[in-house]
Design a protein around this ligand. Structure first.
Ligand SMILES: [Zn+2]
Length: 400
């Protein structure tokens, strides 16, 4: 073979060789393009063939699913990528009809969420909302209402929206769709609980009880604005920080709001502050973070290393905006009497695990007599909660 090649080189003058090279390169790209282009239609025909034969075995579809997934991941915003995403999700839904294993059922949710998270294509997103709606409805989880509202609000002209309106007519109320937090899933997380009382303040105030009281009312207020609210706990029980974050991720929430109260040996200290996540702790935040993380300041070093790996940077910017909105609106509602400690960053474990905009509000120092007294007043708490709701609303309004 080599001799032939050498011989060719001798035969063709360099100009011809250049032209040949050009053809070879363009042929290569043509092949690349057509194989990328063709693979979707090949996958689609395989998919269709299997479905026509009523095959319902997941392993038989494995190659098709992998192919769709590859095309989707390559370009989730492109027409073809979005189409592959839709087909993949549709395939899971098809398989789930006869296969009731948790694995296949959960694939629907994962595929839909993958689209919602990474594709800007309206077609694919509307279908993913629809899949979520049907998934939760089938499993009798009231959160389906939230997905329905998301779909109706964002894609009112899609066939999915029209289908829902047709089949679900009696439960549609146009008035509710205009509420500011319709379609939003918000996790409210009252800190501590059970064997972990959190900080202890004056008048025997325990952080875990105070924050639960605030969180419960906050949940009701957010619901009144149209949000679907999920609480990590609504009784006095212990939950690990990891489980709280997992809970938010599992339900694909839009925001995570953790409620805490501050404490300090210096009883003069007072004020409200809202935190979002950083992986680094300065001296000022290391004490408060170690307390909220339930570890000693000395252990913070180890934790920070873990956090660096856990954290998804994309959400930090959004969390910062959310924190700023909430802090500003709390201060507006509470007036000048309350000390504004501002928006700060700290390495909180509970914020690191979530994949969504997440903040931790320290509603005040229960070790300060004046502030503790205020926090015990219903009127003050209501204003504080209104501020938090305002902040969340402003955050979502600006993002749309
Ligand atoms: Zn706390």
């Amino acid at each position: 073979m080599r001799r032939v090649a050498n011989c060719n080189a001798k035969f063709f003058p360099s100009k011809t060789r250049l032209v040949l090279l050009f053809f070879a390169v363009s042929a290569f790209f043509c092949f690349q393009y057509s194989s990328y282009g063709a693979s979707y239609s090949i996958l689609y025909s395989q998919d269709k063939l299997l479905r026509d034969k009523h095959v319902t075995n997941y392993s038989k579809f494995r190659a098709v699913i992998d192919g769709y997934d590859r095309i989707f991941r390559k370009a989730p915003n492109s027409y073809k990528g979005a189409l592959a995403g839709i087909r993949m999700l549709d395939l899971y839904r098809y398989l789930a009809r006869s296969n009731h294993s948790g694995f296949i059922q959960d694939r629907i949710r994962k595929a839909a969420y993958e689209i919602i998270n990474s594709s800007k294509n309206d077609r694919a997103r509307a279908y993913a909302y629809f899949a979520m709606y049907q998934f939760y409805k089938k499993h009798n989880l009231s959160i389906y209402v939230s997905w329905k509202e998301k779909l109706l609000k964002e894609y009112p002209d899609s066939w999915e929206a029209k289908l829902i309106l047709k089949t679900d007519r009696h439960s549609i109320n146009n008035k509710t769709i205009t509420l500011p937090l319709v379609g939003k899933i918000i996790v409210v997380d009252p800190g501590h609980g059970g064997k972990d009382p959190g900080a202890s303040g004056v008048f025997g105030i325990k952080e875990k009880n105070l924050v639960l009281k605030i969180a419960k009312i906050l949940a009701r207020r957010l619901q009144a604005e149209g949000a679907t609210v999920l609480m990590t706990r609504n009784t006095d029980r212990f939950i690990t920080l990891q489980k709280r974050a997992e809970f938010a991720n599992r339900h694909h929430a839009d925001a995570f709001i953790s409620i805490h109260a501050n404490a300090s040996p210096n009883r003069m200290l007072s004020g409200i502050e809202t935190f979002f996540l950083t992986t680094k702790a300065d001296r000022k935040t290391v004490l408060i973070a170690s307390r909220e993380n339930g570890i000693t300041p000395a252990q913070m070093n180890v934790l920070q290393k873990i956090l660096v790996e856990l954290v998804q940077n994309a959400k930090i910017d959004k969390s910062r905006v959310l924190a700023k909105n909430i802090q500003d609106d709390i201060v507006k509602r509470l007036g000048v009497k309350t000390k504004n400690l501002g928006v700060r960053q700290a390495p909180f474990y509970v914020l690191a695990g979530t994949k969504i905009p997440s903040v931790l509000i320290e509603v005040g120092f229960i070790t300060n007599r004046k502030e503790a007294m205020r926090l015990e007043s219903k009127n003050y708490r209501n204003r504080l909660i209104k501020g938090i709701v305002d902040g969340i609303e402003n955050f979502f309004e600006k993002r749309q």
